[in-house]
Design a protein around this ligand. Structure first.
Ligand code: DQA
Length: 330
């Protein structure tokens, strides 16, 4: 059966070129809609793509209609203090879908945590897990569509043309991730770290990337590997695990690393205990993938391939991107 996906864009999204602070200038909702429809058609998914300036209408769509879909992708309202009440009802609408155990993924074009940790209030769905993808421009949407419609093994392999010389990408994993498969499988899944390493290497190869996968329980080892990558790898995917929430040393090392950076988490820490809401990594990365389970790793490798390709095509654009200073935005 064709998977069906609802994409809901909140107020402000119709005027995207106004908030292109992360270098995604020229991206309009029409471009996003057309690319999303094209990808869905290619993957055999049925897509219903919507945008509204009326928040109430958005809640109604989510609460009343989402049951008919296999997955929902939401680019929510921009943070507004006066909208607390609306946000509350919005969350309860989201809980309805998450409670049905359907995938719900919050997407943003920009990395909303680049400037400040509370640039937006994340959606909250205690009854079910919610994915989160931000910072990849149009690809935030496309990755979410892929996450809902595809099993990893059925991903098409022609998405990105690989460069002639493979780019090296390090995938760094922090403490306790060596216990994957045995550690809280209800949260982190049943795959082991070796399984993830294999999958990342395989997806990397498909995209012309040489993936180096590493794990340590020691903060200093992670710092050493970040430093080593400064001169050896143009891309880094990092799950700093518990150090995400504590490590100024990792934060400082990441500041010194000039390459492309993606933060990945198996769970969505911002929907868990309060001590996991703060990330020393988020303000420094190009994009974030969280709450998509182990599949988030493979998606991150694909997204990294896209980022590296884009950088290769337009180095000046990339330089402008790293200088960009987005204030808010989604
Ligand atoms: C984690 C989330 C962290 O809060 C936690 O300390 C981890 C794993 C994740 O991948 O979901 O160890 O990074």
């Amino acid at each position: 059966m064709k998977p069906s996906i609802l994409i809901v864009n909140g107020p402000g999204q119709s005027n995207l070129s106004d908030h292109d602070g992360n270098g995604h200038g020229g991206l309009t909702l029409t471009v996003i809609r057309e690319a999303s429809e094209a990808l869905s058609a290619k993957l055999g998914a049925r897509l219903d793509f919507r945008q509204t300036e009326n928040q109430d209408e958005m809640f109604q769509w989510i609460a009343r209609e989402s049951e008919e879909f296999d997955g929902v992708i939401i680019n929510p309202v921009r943070h507004s203090r006066s909208a607390t009440e609306l946000l509350r009802s919005y969350r309860s609408a989201v809980q309805v879908i998450a409670g049905l155990k359907k995938p719900v993924i919050e997407v943003h074009i920009n990395n909303i945590y680049r400037q400040s940790a509370d640039a937006t209030q994340p959606l909250y769905a205690p009854e079910g897990s919610m994915g989160f993808i931000c910072g990849f421009g149009l690809n935030s949407y496309l990755a979410a569509i892929r996450a809902i419609s595809l099993r990893p093994d059925s991903r098409d392999q022609n998405q990105v043309a690989g460069p002639e010389m493979p780019d090296k990408v390090v995938v760094l994993n922090g403490p306790n991730l060596n216990l994957l498969g045995r550690r809280e499988p209800d949260i982190y899944g049943k795959l082991t770290l070796d399984d993830l390493s294999l999958r990342c290497t395989k997806v990397g190869l498909q995209h012309g990337l040489d993936v180096k996968f590493r794990q340590s329980n020691h903060e200093g080892a992670l710092v050493d590997w970040i430093q080593e990558a400064i001169d050896t790898a143009p891309g880094m995917i990092i799950n700093a695990a518990a150090y995400t929430h504590t490590s100024v040393a990792i934060h400082d090392a990441l500041r010194a690393y000039p390459g492309l950076k993606i933060e990945v988490h198996i769970s969505n820490p911002r929907l868990r205990e309060t001590f996991r809401h703060m990330s020393f990594v988020s303000p420094l990365v190009d994009g974030i993938v969280a709450g998509l389970g182990p599949n988030g790793y493979e998606l991150s490798v694909e997204l990294m391939a896209n980022l590296l390709n884009a950088r290769g095509r337009a180095p000046k654009e990339r330089a402008a991107l790293s200088r960009a200073n987005p204030r808010t935005g989604s």
